[in-house]
Structures are given as C-alpha cells and as structure tokens.
Design a protein around this ligand. Structure first.
Ligand code: ZN
Length: 110
C-alpha cells in the first residue's frame, strides 16, 4: 500500500518534467509560472513552517511575521530571485503579472 505524505513537506526545487511546450533553456510562460509558484511555496513554507492556503500571499513581505503582500519592488526582486534559480525569463513573468517597470528592465537585463 502506498502512502502519500507530500503535504507536510516543502516542495523541493527540482526541475519539472518538460513537455513539448518549451525547452529547458527557455521555459514557456505556463511552465515558468508553475516553477515560480512552486518556488514561492517553498519560500513560504520555510518562513512560516506551513504551506500557504488559498488566501495566503505567496509574494509576502519577509520582514512580517504573517504573510502580508510585499511591495511591488519586493515582489519584483522575489521574481528575479526565482528566475535566477530556475533560469526563467523574468520579463515574461513580470509582464504577465503586470509588474514590469522601465527601471528594472534597464538595470537587470538578463
Ligand atoms: Zn512549457
């Protein structure tokens, strides 16, 4: 009998299986969002010792004891951090999430 006890574990930052939608070097938006989300799940778990619920903020302010939505600048840097770890195109993600700004675009072009 198999037991599944994934829920109390932090999601491991392992690469997702690639579908035909994209290549490992240039993940599509959908796969990028999945990786970004799983990364933030892991960060949330690390910080708060539990997995986020439906109403919890994945892009939380790290200085707060409870999951409070971070500022837009903070969210951008969280996306940049995830993009670096997973090789994601952060500009696609930022555009998708409506967070793209000219200054960030100039300063941190990958
Ligand atoms: Zn894909």
């Amino acid at each position: 009998m198999k037991k599944f006890q994934y829920l109390d574990r932090s999601p491991a930052p392992q690469p997702l299986r690639q579908g035909s939608c994209c290549t490992p070097n240039s993940p599509c938006l959908r796969c990028s969002m999945i990786r970004l989300t799983s990364h933030r799940f892991a960060m949330f778990h690390k910080k708060f010792g539990r997995l986020p619920g439906q109403d919890d903020e994945l892009f939380f302010d790290e200085t707060q004891l409870r999951p409070v939505r971070a500022s837009q600048d903070e969210i951008r840097s969280q996306i940049f951090a995830a993009a670096q770890v997973y090789g994601l195109n952060c500009f696609v993600l930022l555009s998708y999430l409506g967070l793209r700004s000219a200054s960030v675009y100039d300063e941190r072009a990958l």
